[in-house]
Design a protein around this ligand. Structure first.
Ligand SMILES: Nc1ncnc2c1ncn2[C@@H]1O[C@H](COP(=O)(O)OP(=O)(O)OP(=O)(O)O)[C@@H](O)[C@H]1O
Ligand SMILES: [Mg+2]
Length: 453
C-alpha cells in the first residue's frame, strides 16, 4: 500500500560548507535547500506545513532574511537546528523565541534526535490544526467562530434563511447582529435582490417616515421630485431594521401596518403600493422591558419576533477569542510592520481573561491597535491595552469617543443626583425618556428602580 509522506522543507545554512552535516529525517518527504532564495522557490510550488532550519550562522543579515521568509509564510511552523555558540547570541535567541515553533541543539545525541523527529511531527499537527480553524468558518459570510454556541448559531442562520418570516436578532453591542442579517439574506432565495439596512436610531424622528416610506413630488416644501422609501428600494429583497427599539412610537404603527398588509403609502400619495420585502430587525435593548415601559408596541414586537436569533457575547464563546483574534490579525497584519508574527502567550492569556464588553467590534479594534503599536514581533498585552488586567479604552472613531463621553457624563450625573432620574436628566439637559434610552443603549446598570415612581 502506498503511503503519502508529509513534506518538510529542510533549509541548511552553514558557514563551513566542508563540514556540512545533513540530518536524515525518515518518514518525511524531505526537500533540502541551501539558500533562502531556493526555499522561497520551493514554497511557491508546493505546500509545506513544517520547515526545518539548520542555522549555524547568526549574522544580522542572515537573521533578517530568515525572519522575512518566516513572516511571509506564517502558516508554516518552523523548527530550528542550531549549536550552543549560536544560542549564546541574544538576537538569535530572540529570533527563535518569537518566530519558531521549537529548536534542537546540535550535535544531536540519540535522545535529541528522537526529540527532533517528535517535534517535527508535533509542529506538523499544530500547523494543520491552525489551518482547520480557518477552513471550518470561511464560508459563513466571513463569520468566524468554532465554539459550540456559534456552531448552533450558524445552523440557526441556515434554517431561518430558508423561510420568509421576520427575524429579530437580539444581542449585546458588537456581537455581529448586522453580519447575521447579511448572512441570512445571502443564504436566502432573495440573495440576488437588494439588502437594505436602515438604522432606526440614527435617523432624526422627523425624517424617518419619508426615509422608510418615501414621498411624492410636492408632498412638502422642498419635495421637488418623487423619492422612493427604503422599503420600496428593498422590493423583492430584505429590509434590515437596525436598532429597531429606537423607532419613534408614532412610527411604529405605520411599520406595523406595512408588516401586516405588505402595502405602503408614500408621503403625500393616495396610492397603496404592494411591496414584497422580508423584514429582519436587530436590537441591543430589551424590547420586552420597552413594551412594559410603554416605549415599544407589543403588537409590533410580535410581528418582528416571529423567529429570534441571539448571538452570544464574546466572553461566552468558548475558544473563539483566540481563533477570532488570529483571524483579524491575518486580516489587518499588513497595516503593521512586516516582522510581526502573532500574539505572545501573555497576550493570549490577557485576552482570555478580559470580559469584552464591546464584543467582536472591540476585539477588532484592540487587535488593529496592537498591530500598529507593536514594535516587537509578537503582540503583548500592553499593545492590546490589556496590561495587568486593566483595560484601557480603545478609541478608533469620533463615534466611540462620543459614546465614551456620554457614558461618563450619565454615570456621574446619576451618581451626583443619587439616582434621581428627573434631576439627572435636568442636569444633563435631556428628557427623562432620553436618559432612560441612553442608559439602556449603553447598558448602564444603575439602579433605576429607586427613582421610577
Ligand atoms: N462572528 C464574526 N466573525 C467575523 N467578524 C465578526 C463576527 N461577528 C462580528 N464581526 C465583526 O464585528 C463587527 C461588529 O459586528 P456588527 O456590526 O454586526 O455587530 P452589531 O451586533 O450589529 O453591533 P451594534 O449593536 O453595536 O450595532 C463588524 O465589523 C463585524 O464584521
Ligand atoms: Mg449593528
Amino acid at each position: 500500500m502506498e503511503s503519502r509522506l508529509r513534506p518538510v522543507l529542510y533549509i541548511i545554512i552553514q558557514n563551513n560548507k566542508d563540514a556540512e552535516q545533513v540530518i536524515s529525517i525518515p518518514g518525511w518527504d524531505v526537500k533540502e535547500v541551501r539558500s533562502i532564495e531556493s526555499a522561497q522557490a520551493c514554497i511557491a510550488t508546493q505546500q509545506y506545513d513544517v520547515g526545518l532550519i539548520q542555522l549555524e550562522e547568526t549574522s544580522g543579515k542572515m537573521l533578517q532574511a530568515m525572519e522575512t521568509l518566516i513572516t511571509q509564510h506564517r502558516a508554516i511552523e518552523w523548527v530550528v537546528l542550531t549549536n550552543e555558540a549560536c544560542l549564546q547570541q541574544t538576537p538569535f535567541c530572540k529570533f527563535i523565541r518569537e518566530t519558531c515553533y521549537d529548536y534542537v541543539t546540535l550535535p544531536l545525541s540519540d535522545s535529541e534526535y528522537t526529540r527532533l523527529l517528535f517535534t517535527l511531527g508535533h509542529a506538523y499537527g499544530m500547523a494543520r490544526l491552525t489551518q482547520d480553524d480557518g477552513e471550518s468558518t470561511d464560508d459563513e459570510y466571513e463569520m468566524v467562530g468554532c465554539s459550540p454556541s456559534m456552531m448552533k448559531l450558524f445552523g440557526a442562520i441556515r434554517r431561518v434563511a430558508s423561510v420568509d418570516a421576520s427575524v429579530l436578532i437580539c444581542g449585546e453591542s458588537g456581537t455581529g447582529k448586522e453580519l447575521i442579517a447579511h448572512a441570512i439574506h445571502e443564504r436566502s432565495s432573495r440573495a440576488s435582490m437588494p439588502f437594505v439596512a436602515v438604522n432606526c436610531g440614527a435617523i432624526p424622528e422627523n425624517l424617518i417616515q419619508s426615509e422608510l416610506f418615501g414621498y411624492e413630488k410636492g408632498a412638502f416644501t422642498g419635495a421637488n421630485k418623487q423619492k422612493l422609501g427604503q422599503i420600496e428600494v428593498a422590493s423583492g429583497g430584505t429590509l434590515f431594521l437596525d436598532e429597531v427599539g429606537d423607532l419613534p412610537y408614532d412610527m411604529q404603527v405605520n411599520l406595523l401596518r406595512f408588516l401586516q398588509e405588505q402595502v405602503i403609502q408614500r408621503l403625500g400619495g393616495n396610492e397603496e403600493i404592494c411591496v414584497d420585502v422580508r423584514v429582519l430587525a436587530a436590537t441591543n435593548i430589551d424590547l420586552d422591558a420597552a413594551v412594559k415601559q410603554g416605549r415599544f408596541r407589543e403588537d409590533l414586537l410580535y410581528r418582528l419576533n416571529v423567529l429570534q436569533l441571539s448571538p452570544p457575547a464574546l466572553r461566552d464563546r468558548e475558544g473563539d477569542i483566540e481563533v477570532m483574534a488570529r483571524f483579524f490579525f491575518d486580516r489587518f497584519v499588513s497595516e503593521g510592520q512586516a516582522r510581526l508574527k502573532g500574539f505572545s502567550q501573555q497576550a493570549l492569556l490577557a485576552m482570555q481573561q478580559y470580559s469584552w464588553p464591546g464584543n467582536v467590534r472591540e476585539l477588532i479594534n484592540r487587535v488593529r491597535r496592537a498591530i500598529v503599536m507593536c514594535d516587537g514581533r509578537l503582540i503583548t498585552p500592553e499593545d492590546l491595552g490589556l496590561a495587568d488586567g486593566v483595560a484601557t479604552e480603545v478609541i478608533t472613531s469620533l463615534e466611540d469617543a462620543r459614546e465614551l463621553a456620554e457614558k461618563e457624563a450619565i454615570t456621574h450625573a446619576v451618581q451626583y443626583c443619587r439616582h434621581n432620574m428627573t434631576q439627572s436628566a435636568k442636569l444633563l439637559g435631556v428628557s427623562r425618556v432620553t436618559l432612560y434610552r441612553m442608559m439602556e443603549k449603553y447598558s448602564l446598570g444603575l439602579s433605576m428602580e429607586t427613582s421610577v415612581k
